[in-house]
Design a protein around this ligand. Structure first.
Ligand code: NAP
Length: 303
């Protein structure tokens, strides 16, 4: 297949490398040429362009059989989200619509679920997030699903949980820096997925995802924040982080969700077998990698 990875970054590069290994011809699109050497080393052909500009897309060397959109907004604001996700997707649909595209995969986010009651959410659960940026992701998904239904555009939506892996993982990195705080009583549930398993899920969606369908991409063990930190403390032999102050909790509370993402459909319908079924396997691998490279800089706790 001729594959285009739009927004070829943290997930896109190992995805491209894997697709190249499987014998596909892979192109990776970014706004700047800064990462070209990294893409080329992975066997990916670098392309430069901005999906918010339709004229950039018109210049790309199509047609493509598979397109994966893993673009991410570097700045977090509402207008940036509207441009990169919603307008970018509109441009891609318009550009690809008349071609013989076989599959289009978009990596949305589990932040589209606004649930705050700790309930289990599956793909049919309501998507009514409180935050303006997550609402834009819902709009982007709806645009793709509607176009799949009305114009046979072969779009598959993946709702991806918090991605971790080499050099990534928000709470883990905060913990290593000694900046982590337990929010509230630590009972808020976090949902994670290792980058390797995001790559596997995207490839499964390219091969057998059904157009117009949505699949959650999260691991087997949604975990309360305090249990995650307890596991890290025991594994690394370091103290638990302190509880956040009342002011810190009040500042963070708005828009925070609390839910357990079900991955049943990913496993049952796409047949994905997770390499890191829980954060324990995934972070054990990451901790070992850091230890071997001398990158695990744990300072002894002074208390
Ligand atoms: N990180 C998470 O925890 C998480 C959770 C749920 C879902 N996701 C989704 O997972 C996907 C992969 O994320 P990631 O961590 O791999 O993102 P990333 O490392 O930030 O990569 C995104 C890439 O998109 C490129 N890009 C940004 N704006 C662009 C534009 N307008 N036109 C063309 N390229 C553009 C960037 O390169 P340039 O700056 O050079 O353009 C970058 O290489 C994203 O769709 C993200 O929304 C992530």
């Amino acid at each position: 297949m001729r594959v285009l990875i739009v927004g070829c970054g943290y997930v896109g590069i190992p995805l491209g490398a894997e697709l190249v290994k499987l014998g596909h011809e892979v192109f990776g699109l970014r706004r700047s040429a800064d990462g070209d050497a990294e893409l080329t080393a992975a066997g990916i052909k670098p392309l430069v362009g901005d999906i918010t500009r339709a004229e950039d897309l018109a210049k790309l060397p199509g047609p493509f059989d598979w397109v994966v959109n893993t673009v991410s907004s570097s700045k977090g604001g509402e207008e940036e989200y509207r441009q990169v996700y919603l307008q970018g997707t509109r441009n891609l649909i318009e550009w690809l619509g008349p071609t013989a595209l076989k599959k289009y995969v978009y990596t949305s986010s589990t932040s589209v679920y606004g649930q705050t009651d700790g309930s289990v959410v599956k793909e049919s659960s309501p998507t009514e997030p409180a935050s303006a940026t997550s609402k834009l992701l819902v709009e982007t998904e709806n645009l793709l699903i509607n176009t799949a239904q009305t114009q046979k555009f072969p779009a598959v939506v993946l709702r991806v949980a918090g991605i971790y892996g080499p050099e990534r993982g928000h709470l883990f990195l905060q913990y290593l820096r000694g900046e982590a705080r337990i929010a509230g009583k630590g009972e808020r549930i976090i949902n994670m997925i290792h980058r390797d398993d995001v790559v596997t899920s995207i490839i499964a969606a390219l091969k057998s995802g059904r157009a117009g369908e949505v699949y959650n991409v999260s691991d087997d063990e949604p975990v309360a924040q305090i249990h995650f930190f307890r596991w890290l403390s025991e594994t690394l032999g370091k103290w638990m982080p302190p509880f956040a102050t009342e002011e810190e909790n009040a500042a963070r509370k708005r828009g925070l969700t609390n839910k357990k993402i079900s991955n049943r459909r990913l496993k049952m319908e796409l047949g994905v077998a997770l390499k890191h079924p829980t954060f324990r396997q995934g972070y054990t691998a990451e901790i070992l990698r850091l230890e071997r490279s001398g990158g695990l800089d744990i300072k002894p706790d002074v208390r």
